[in-house]
Design a protein around this ligand. Structure first.
Ligand SMILES: NC(=O)c1ccc[n+]([C@@H]2O[C@H](COP(=O)([O-])OP(=O)(O)OC[C@H]3O[C@@H](n4cnc5c(N)ncnc54)[C@H](OP(=O)(O)O)[C@@H]3O)[C@@H](O)[C@H]2O)c1
Length: 333
């Protein structure tokens, strides 16, 4: 029997990466998972959802302690047929904007491109960008954005978290485009542009873990949180985001794939009222608010190209609310 093709996946300890890891193992790939430390590989190896798949020697780990260090991925990519590069910091008030968000994003991307170039076995490199990687700021809803849209590089240094994240994603994407033009590649590169990613967190083992990922932006809208800063429209179910990353490995897929659809954050409350009326009556769910900035990012072409239909905002909210109820020991009602 032919050996399974090897995928290197980075960012496997994260919300999206963990689901991509599960999907890759379920689909029979051999996976080399890049983590920062041995403790992380141990906690992934023993995670109930991974153990349930009994991956045996189909799952291995490689430690990349600092993705910004020159040559960081040179050993990790060895013999890989595919790479899915998800590792990158999200906007966080706990990270320095320039050195904790912007620099790891662009340097990690550059290091992955350079390692890929040295990997003769490689057929495809999939890189996770973001809708923030190709939208202007502030967004202009009269202009449609698609996966082909590009923005000029943003000039740093960056002193606050959202510009640092956007600058990192925009500049990394432009660097990838230049790299494709300047090199005669023997592999393809696919950029994936997710909107805000929400949905069941398969890595979560207790209710507090659900807010480790970006569900922390959605949950307050029906658990009484109140945010003043408006967030751009555009949402994706984590299972769709993982699915698009896996489908991106197939031959003949376009170079740029969007996974997002327009939404209004505060509609989450109406959805919860409709699907969980008793939980609302009992006060388990209470209304919060998250203002939305309209953005005209159209990813429909990706649904056509991949022959899939994205889950709706309603599906997303219901799935997050259900996981919250299950993990907090409250019946869905
Ligand atoms: N979630 C969203 O709404 C969303 C939307 C669009 C695009 N994206 C992109 O999707 C990718 C994954 O996001 P996510 O939601 O899964 O984020 P996440 O849950 O925060 O996971 C981020 C992953 O990247 C790793 N990482 C972050 N900073 C790192 C650094 N400096 N060095 C090494 N590893 C680092 C983390 O490793 P540790 O566990 O070791 O920190 C983790 O595995 C990112 O590229 C993100 O920009 C996310």
């Amino acid at each position: 029997m032919a050996a399974s093709p090897l995928i290197l996946i980075t960012g496997v300890t994260g919300f999206i990466g963990f689901k991509v890891l599960l999907d890759a193992l379920e689909q029979g790939y051999a996976v080399r998972a890049a983590v920062r430390s041995a403790a992380q590989s141990e906690s992934l190896r023993t995670h109930p959802k991974i153990s349930a798949l009994a991956p045996g020697n189909k799952l291995s780990f490689v430690e990349v302690p600092d993705l910004s260090a020159p040559g960081a991925y040179d050993q990790a990519t060895k013999d890989a047929t595919y790479i899915i590069h998800l590792a990158s910091p999200l906007p966080s008030p706990f990270l320095d904007p320039q050195t904790g968000i912007y620099e790891p994003t662009v340097k990690g991307n550059a290091n992955m491109l350079s390692a890929a170039l040295q990997t003769a076995s490689l057929k495809k490199l999939v890189i996770t960008s973001s809708v923030f990687g190709n939208m202007p700021f502030p967004p202009d809803p009269s202009n449609e954005i698609t996966a082909e849209t590009r923005q000029p590089d943003l000039q740093g240094p960056f002193e606050s978290m959202l510009p640092a994240y956007m600058g990192g994603k925009i500049n990394a994407l432009n660097a990838t485009d230049r790299f494709v033009k300047e090199n005669k590649l023997s592999f393809d590169i696919v950029n994936v542009f997710p909107g805000f990613v929400f949905g069941p967190d398969d890595k979560a083992l207790k209710v507090e873990d659900i807010t480790a990922g970006t569900n922390r932006v959605l949950l307050p809208i029906f658990t009484g949180g109140s945010a003043d800063s408006p967030m751009p429209s555009g949402v994706a179910h984590v299972y769709d985001v993982a699915k698009v990353h896996m489908l991106a490995l197939k031959d003949g897929v376009p170079q740029n794939l969007g996974v997002t659809q327009p939404h209004e954050f505060d509609d989450a409350w109406n959805i919860v009222e409709k699907h969980f009326p008793n939980s609302v009556k009992e006060g388990v769910f209470t209304q919060g608010r998250q203002p939305t900035v309209p953005v005209n990012w159209n990813a429909h072409q990706t649904e056509i190209d991949l022959g899939i239909k994205f889950k709706s905002y309603e599906d997303i909210v219901v799935d997050v609310a259900k996981q919250y109820l299950e993990m907090s020991g409250k019946e869905a009602a």
